[in-house]
Design a protein around this ligand. Structure first.
Ligand SMILES: Nc1ncnc2c1ncn2[C@@H]1O[C@H](COP(=O)(O)OP(=O)(O)OP(=O)(O)O)[C@@H](O)[C@H]1O
Length: 227
């Protein structure tokens, strides 16, 4: 079992607010872990720390063996190792769907032709090939979500972080999104998924419950035979 991300005794304080109070969590390659818990319990904070978007007050975060505190170019590290589906998607309005997916790869030095080919392949994989040339404002909510996921999947990233990726989507689209994440996971990617919905958490191998900045419960949910 290859551990892709490990949080060890991680705390995060914002002034007097202790968003995380000593969290230990490992996610292995091929494992989908759902993070649940009430609003304000620290779920987004946990995800941001796991992806190097935020730094812990104490404790260590290790991604693919690298202690994030010692990584010099964290932005570059994130682009190559971590796929992130943001709650508000963060698609760039002036770029087409394909260009949005290509951008992080091009920033990494991948040539335009190859980045485009990759983008089209991954858009196809998420069922959004037909919108490759459209701009975000021309897309439905579900299509935007698929494009954001395609952007997170492009390249050989080993860690995928998704913060409520099913957002306000209808159940069928939400299920399709989870199916996609599950397929990536089964192909060897480690996935950390924040969700409020037990329906989606049921796709996970393990559910961890956060309360007041602590993991209060961790449950194995998915049996191999159920897949
Ligand atoms: N930048 C910040 N400055 C101050 N407090 C913050 C900051 N970010 C988060 N917090 C606080 O840390 C706690 C955890 O927040 P977090 O967003 O991680 O919770 P959450 O479980 O993701 O909530 P939700 O389900 O509403 O998204 C909350 O009390 C929040 O108000």
């Amino acid at each position: 079992m290859t551990v892709v991300v490990r949080l060890a005794e991680v705390t995060r304080e914002h002034g007097d607010v202790r968003a995380l109070k000593g969290v230990n969590l490992e996610v292995a390659a091929g494992e989908l872990v759902a993070v649940m818990g009430p609003s304000g319990s620290g779920k987004s904070t946990l995800l941001n720390l796991a992806g190097g978007l935020d730094r812990p007050t104490s404790g260590t975060v290790t991604v693919e063996g690298a202690d994030l505190a010692t990584v010099k170019d964290l932005a570059a590290f994130r682009r190559t190792s971590v796929g992130y589906v943001f709650q508000d998607l963060n698609l760039i309005p002036s770029l087409t769907a394909a260009e949005n997916v290509m951008l992080p790869r091009e920033l990494d030095g991948v040539r335009q032709g190859r980045a485009r080919a990759e983008a089209l392949a991954v858009l196809e994989e998420v069922g959004a090939a037909e919108v490759a040339g459209r701009f975000p404002e021309e897309l439905s909510g579900g299509q935007r979500q698929r494009v954001a996921i395609a952007r997170a999947l492009a390249g050989e990233r080993r860690l995928l972080l998704a913060d409520e990726p099913t957002g306000a989507l209808d159940t069928a689209t939400g299920d399709a999104i989870l199916q996609l994440l599950r397929a990536r996971c089964d192909a060897g990617v480690a996935v950390l998924l924040v969700t409020h919905e037990p329906r989606y958490a049921a796709w996970a191998d393990r559910v961890v419950y956060l309360r007041d900045g602590l993991i209060v419960e961790s449950t194995s949910v998915r049996l191999e035979s159920a897949r």
